[in-house]
Design a protein. Structure first.
Length: 295
């Protein structure tokens, strides 16, 4: 029996994937395939190269505390200032930052992203992973979903985390690749195509909360995108055997300060899912044995 793990996108919420992987490893749940989208691609790449969940938190702490990560400037999008003057200053900075997106294809310097990935992935290739691994992206030239599972890890992960309008896209062989989260936020079908008999997902998406206040047309567009993205994610989740959903809905996508909290939520969700995982594992084994005996 081959087990596949699909790690979903969700930016900072994806730190919960670490807790999920810790529990699966502690409980001796073997993972044969991993596919990741966005932050799922980052965590998946790190774990596939070195399948030791106990070290993932250490690596994450090193990355998040590094000057390279801080220099990317993601924290500007996470407003946690309660002082009135600071709130006004932050508001102006945010409006200036978002305003730049109207006149250029991205906001964050791509060289900073590349440097961080270089320090994290160490020029490794898909062929170097100890667990078969793939990442997802979208080609905005053709509109097709793209699965990358060979060659250097860095450009593949770079493409998968390229949030449209925020991070630079990746140009490759006539394609313009961006974050795969819009259409494959939890890459269940990809893991299935890799050969998994049983598919476990670590899902960070939650249903859109009720909202009735929309001040601008942009607010409405964002709301529609949110609804469509969740519906597509729901279709993917319906094809999974076990869905693990850490309760990280209140974590801001840019708030990478809550590493311990997210990991704990991942552990809690994975622990709750263990009985179902073991039940589905037994069912899959019996099903495969039945097919063998019927031959």
């Amino acid at each position: 029996m081959k087990i596949g793990l699909a790690l979903g996108g969700g930016s900072a919420k994806g730190l919960a994937h670490i807790g999920v992987l810790q529990v699966l490893q502690e409980e001796n749940i073997p993972i044969n395939f991993i596919s990741g989208t966005s932050i799922g691609a980052v965590v998946g790449a790190m774990y596939s190269l070195s399948p030791d969940a106990s070290l993932l938190k250490v690596k994450a702490e090193e990355v998040l505390s590094s000057d390279t990560f801080k220099n990317i400037g993601i924290s500007i999008f996470e407003n946690r200032d309660y002082n009135l003057l600071k709130r006004i200053t932050t508001f102006i900075k945010e409006k200036y930052t978002y305003g730049k997106a109207l006149f250029r294809p991205f906001i964050v310097d791509g060289e900073k992203i590349e440097k961080l990935l270089e320090e994290t992935l160490n020029e490794k290739r898909f062929e170097d992973t100890k667990i078969r691994f793939s990442v997802t992206a979208i080609d905005i030239v053709t509109g097709k979903d793209i699965v990358i599972n060979e060659g250097p890890l860095l450009p593949a992960v770079y493409a998968s985390i390229a949030i449209p309008g925020l991070f630079p896209y990746l140009e490759k062989e006539g394609c313009i690749l961006v974050d795969g989260g819009a259409t494959q936020n939890v890459p269940v079908r990809v893991v299935k195509e890799m050969g998994a008999d049983l598919i476990i997902t670590s899902n960070l998406a939650s249903p859109p909360e009720i909202c009735s206040v929309f001040k601008t047309g942009l607010d409405i567009n964002f709301r529609v995108d949110e609804i469509v993205k969740y519906r597509l994610t729901k279709k993917e989740l319906d094809e999974a055997d076990v869905v693990i959903s850490p309760n990280v809905k209140d974590i801001h996508w840019a708030d990478y300060r809550k590493l311990d909290f997210c990991i704990q939520k991942g552990r809690e969700a994975a622990t709750r899912a263990l009985p179902e995982i073991r039940r589905k594992m037994k069912r899959t084994i019996f099903y495969r044995l039945g097919k063998i005996f019927r031959r």
